[in-house]
Design a protein around this ligand. Structure first.
Ligand SMILES: C[S@@+](CC[C@H](N)C(=O)[O-])C[C@H]1O[C@@H](n2cnc3c(N)ncnc32)[C@H](O)[C@@H]1O
Length: 193
């Protein structure tokens, strides 16, 4: 099992994911699940915007979130330590997954996606990223990468608000990135098979 401690330490206090800012600038929600919250920058941002947040991670670092919140803001945050592979997700208006669920065991990804779909309330939203098939990690069996058609299939029962491919080579280490920025709304009344 990969240890995410270094990553979480390194990203603590980083800029909030632009995709989340874009979403919150345009849509109003009261509660959210931040799945794979990491160092918690997005959870903290949502709480500071008055949103009740359930922060979930297998390597949960509550202090990274709590130490940035006032006593009143702390009333809006709750935590769950758990793995994508066997997590139970309550109902939510918004489920965010920033660079997190691609790290679910691929054998469990479809089941996780169904749980995500079922946890989102009617007319609620999914906001996050999936990795594409031109990412360097396509050769890593433990990481989920998908061609665009497969992503569209996962989003079949959503209204796609944004599905944008991002592709570049990171200068610092030459790593090839290819991922999809996703904002999608669950359509009313549909059930996911
Ligand atoms: C790349 S980090 C992203 C963290 C944060 N969302 C961000 O954007 O900075 C991935 C996070 O997912 C968590 N994670 C990875 N695999 C997991 C799993 N199978 N179950 C639960 N959490 C997992 C890690 O602990 C880590 O915090």
């Amino acid at each position: 099992m990969k240890d995410w401690t270094n990553y979480q330490n390194k990203t603590y206090g980083d800029d909030v994911c632009k995709l989340l800012i874009e979403f919150l600038d345009n849509y109003k929600i009261d509660n959210a699940i931040d799945l794979g919250c990491g160092s918690g920058n997005e959870s903290v941002y949502m709480v500071k915007n008055g949103i009740k947040v359930l922060a979930i991670d297998r390597q949960l670092n509550k202090d990274f979130i709590l130490n940035r919140l006032s006593d009143d803001e702390k009333k809006l945050i709750s935590f769950k330590e758990g793995s994508f592979e066997n997590i139970e997700l309550p109902k939510t208006q918004l489920l965010t997954a920033f660079f997190s669920i691609p790290f679910c065991n691929p054998n469990n990804f479809d089941e996780l996606w169904t749980k995500i779909y079922n946890s989102i309330e009617d007319n609620g939203y999914f906001v996050g990223q999936l990795f594409g098939d031109r990412d360097a990690w396509i050769v890593v069996d433990s990481i989920n990468t998908f061609p665009i058609d497969k992503v569209k299939e996962y989003l079949k029962k959503f209204k796609i608000i944004k599905l944008e491919e991002v592709e570049y080579v990171r200068e610092s280490d030459n790593k090839k990135w290819h991922f999809y920025d996703i904002i999608a709304q669950k359509k009313v009344g549909d059930k996911h098979e």
